[in-house]
Design a protein around this ligand. Sequence first.
Ligand code: SF4
Length: 323
Amino acid sequence: MSTALVEVEELVKYYPVPRQGLWESQQYVKAVDHVSFTIHSGETFGLVGESGCGKSTTGQMLVRLLERTEGSIRYQGTDIGGLDRRGMRALRRDLQIVFQDPYASLNPKKQIGWILEEPLVIHRLGNREERQSIVASTLEQVGLDQSYLKRYPHELSGGQRQRVGIAAALVLNPKFIVIDEAVSALDVSIQSQILNLLKELQQSLGLTYLFISHDLNVVQYMSDRIGVMYLGKMVEIMDVAQGSHEPLHPYTRALFSSIPRVKPIAGERILLQGDLPSPVDPPSGCAFHPRCPFAMERCKQDQPQLTPHSTGNMVSCHLYEGT
Ligand code: SF4
C-alpha cells in the first residue's frame, strides 16, 4: 500500500485587500480556501485549473515559500507550518521547487557550476572536491555535460536553462519536488524532452512530484492522480493511474472538453460561460454555480463537499451526492 508523504488538510491562504478608507471592513483575496488532499510517496499528483485558481499558491505553501493562513501541511507526519527556522532548514533539503522561468531564479552573474554548488555550501555539505563531484553528477543526470559548468544562464537555451533549474532542485537530493508550470514557456518538442527527463528522474531517484500546470494534456501525461481547483477550492480528484479519468464535476468536464488534443470524453461539450468570479467575493453555495449549466436552486446556498464517488473520483458537486 502506498504511503502518504504529504498530507494537506483544510489549507487556507487569504491575502488582505488594502482598505480604501477607515470605515471599510477588511476584505480578503481567498487564494486557497480549505483545500485537503494527500500525495503518496513516489506518485505524481497533478494540479490543474484556470489562472488564479490557487494552484501555484498551494504549491508554494507545500514547500513553505509561502506561509499558510490556516490548515496543516504534514510532510512524513510532521506539520511543516509549526517548524522554526532550524527545523525547516533540516527539511529544506527534502522539499524543492522548479519554477516556470528558471532564468528568473538563476543568478545571471554566476556560472552554472557556482549556482549548483551554492545550495551545498549553504547546507554545509561536503568539502569543495565532494561538492564539485555532486554538481558534476547532478548536471549529468539532467543531460548536460561538464562544459556547462563554466557557462552563464544567458548563454543557454530555454530547455537547457530548465535542465539547470531541475539540477538546482536535485542537487540537495530531495524527496519531494513541486514542479510549477515548468514546461509552459518551452516549445512543444523541448517540452516533451523535459517531461520525459522528469519521468526518468522520478523512476531512478524515487521522487514524488506535485505537478502544476494549466495544460491538461501535459498533466494527464505526467500524473497518477489529478486535482482540479476552482476559485481556491479543490472540486475533483481523479485517480488516473487506477483508470478513473472520466471527469464528473461540470467544471472539470468543461475544462477537458475544451481541449481539442485531449481524447474526447463521453457526453456533450460543456462551454464555460462568463469569467472567473472575484476571489475577494466568491459566489455563495457552490462557487461554480453562476457558470454551471446544471446549477439547481440549492447550489446557490449549499456548498458541496469533496466526497468519494463510485468511479474512484472524489467530487464536490450536488449532482453526485449518494452516487
Ligand atoms: Fe453545478 Fe451545482 Fe454541481 Fe456546483 S454543485 S457544479 S452548481 S451542479
